[in-house]
Write a protein that binds this ligand. Structure first.
Ligand code: HEC
Ligand code: HEC
Ligand code: HEC
Ligand code: HEC
Ligand code: HEC
Ligand code: HEC
Length: 225
């Protein structure tokens, strides 16, 4: 997701201006015309945290909030967010929803299902650390059941998610899946990481299962029977 060239250029220019003694003062960002104060002065929690979203670089609020006339302290809707769907995110990030497989929440335009728009305690502006995130929406039995007859990733009834990502092996979900979208079925990513080595993953579906070739080992398959 890298359609942020404009933003980066801007950040670069701002970065340069820090070296000039004239504009060494802290940026005010968007200012509230009614009180004459910068927005962040009254809403500090939106700009202070271990991780602050790059979209609030320089404490600007207007990329996402419509700042119209009137006193918003009486009528908060005046400074409401323009759009709570992914549309607002696609102003700066790449829309991947035309790829072959697209994750459910992306299809539903729900970036906020996983990301916080302003600040976060976790990397990537996530609402939860990545190892807990998946089980907010997916049943834990996906990886805890040794045998299964419901999940797709199984050979006969042997649960391949248990085999790969159960407590013994614990391969991270994102070693195989892309969290947003992929050019391969079932969100299988085409490039993965094995230790320090980058590997290519070629995945194909079969009528009752799938085959996977990873550049560092032979083709392996599974069949639900
Ligand atoms: C002088 C202090 C002050 C300034 C400056 C200020 N706000 Fe607010 N803002 C408030 C107060 C007080 C409320 C109402 C109570 C609350 O929800 O926090 C509010 C509410 C809001 C809400 C609605 C919150 C909700 O729960 O619905 C938004 C959005 C908002 N402000 C955005 C902004 C933006 C954007 C700016 C700058 C253009 C700004 N504010 C500047 C004090 C301020
Ligand atoms: C990248 C987009 C984006 C930017 C930039 C942004 N906001 Fe928001 N803001 C949102 C979204 C989306 C929501 C709605 C969140 C929700 O409903 O879960 C929101 C909600 C809010 C709210 C009310 C709900 C809450 O979380 O308390 C306040 C207050 C607020 N923003 C203040 C600000 C201020 C002040 C700035 C600038 C310093 C700012 N925002 C910049 C996207 C943004
Ligand atoms: C005004 C432009 C803008 C908007 C709108 C915007 N972003 Fe961003 N976003 C950025 C910039 C700039 C970065 C920092 C890029 C970097 O560090 O490589 C960023 C980074 C991110 C990151 C990665 C953080 C990290 O740690 O690498 C996530 C996740 C993200 N944005 C999600 C969202 C979501 C979700 C929305 C919609 C609610 C959104 N963005 C809207 C500009 C924006
Ligand atoms: C199901 C949860 C989930 C949803 C929904 C989601 N993301 Fe993410 N996003 C993540 C995770 C997890 C990462 C960290 C990926 C990693 O560790 O490689 C991430 C990383 C990112 C990054 C930074 C790294 C990169 O891939 O460039 C951006 C930008 C981003 N997301 C934007 C978005 C936008 C925009 C949306 C909505 C269209 C969205 N995300 C929806 C979970 C999600
Ligand atoms: C906000 C809710 C949410 C979160 C969080 C979430 N998912 Fe999903 N996921 C869905 C929905 C909705 C679907 C589509 C319906 C279904 O298959 O259950 C889906 C489907 C999938 C699929 C099947 C895709 C296909 O084409 O067959 C995979 C793989 C997947 N998710 C992986 C993950 C991983 C890995 C994580 C954690 C990084 C995660 N999900 C976190 C909601 C979520
Ligand atoms: C070794 C690679 C690999 C790992 C690691 C992996 N998956 Fe999968 N996953 C797959 C394959 C392959 C499928 C497609 C199964 C099929 O044929 O329908 C799949 C399918 C899914 C589905 C769709 C439902 C289903 O049962 O088919 C979800 C949801 C899912 N994975 C979530 C996760 C989560 C969450 C994790 C981490 C706990 C994870 N996956 C780890 C390979 C993997």
């Amino acid at each position: 997701m890298k359609k942020i060239v404009g933003a980066i250029t801007l950040a670069f220019l701002v970065g340069l201006s820090f070296h000039s003694p004239v504009s060494a003062a802290e940026s005010k960002g968007t200012v509230d015309a009614v009180s004459g104060k910068p927005c962040f002065k009254c809403h500090r929690s939106k700009v202070k945290a271990p991780f602050v979203h790059g979209g609030l670089a320089d404490k600007e609020c207007t990329p996402c909030h419509s700042v119209t006339g009137g006193n918003h302290q009486n009528d908060p809707i005046l400074y409401g967010v323009k759009d709570k769907s992914s549309k607002i995110c696609y102003e700066c990030h790449e829309n991947q929803s035309s790829k072959k497989s697209v994750h459910g929440p992306i299809q539903e335009n729900d970036c906020l299902g996983c990301h916080a728009p302003h600040v976060s305690n976790f990397k990537y502006q996530l609402g939860l650390p990545v190892d807990k995130l998946c089980f907010e929406c997916h049943d834990k039995s996906l990886v805890t059941d040794k045998e299964t007859d419901k999940n797709g990733f199984r050979d006969g009834t042997s649960n391949f998610h248990y085999l790969h990502s159960g407590e013994k092996t614990a391969i991270p979900c994102l070693s195989c899946h892309d969290v947003h979208a992929s050019t391969q079925e079932h969100l299988i990513r085409s490039k993965g990481i094995n230790g320090k080595e980058e590997v290519t993953i070629t995945y194909t579906t079969t009528p009752k299962g799938g085959n996977c070739t990873v550049s560092c080992h032979d083709a392996l398959g599974y069949e639900r029977k």
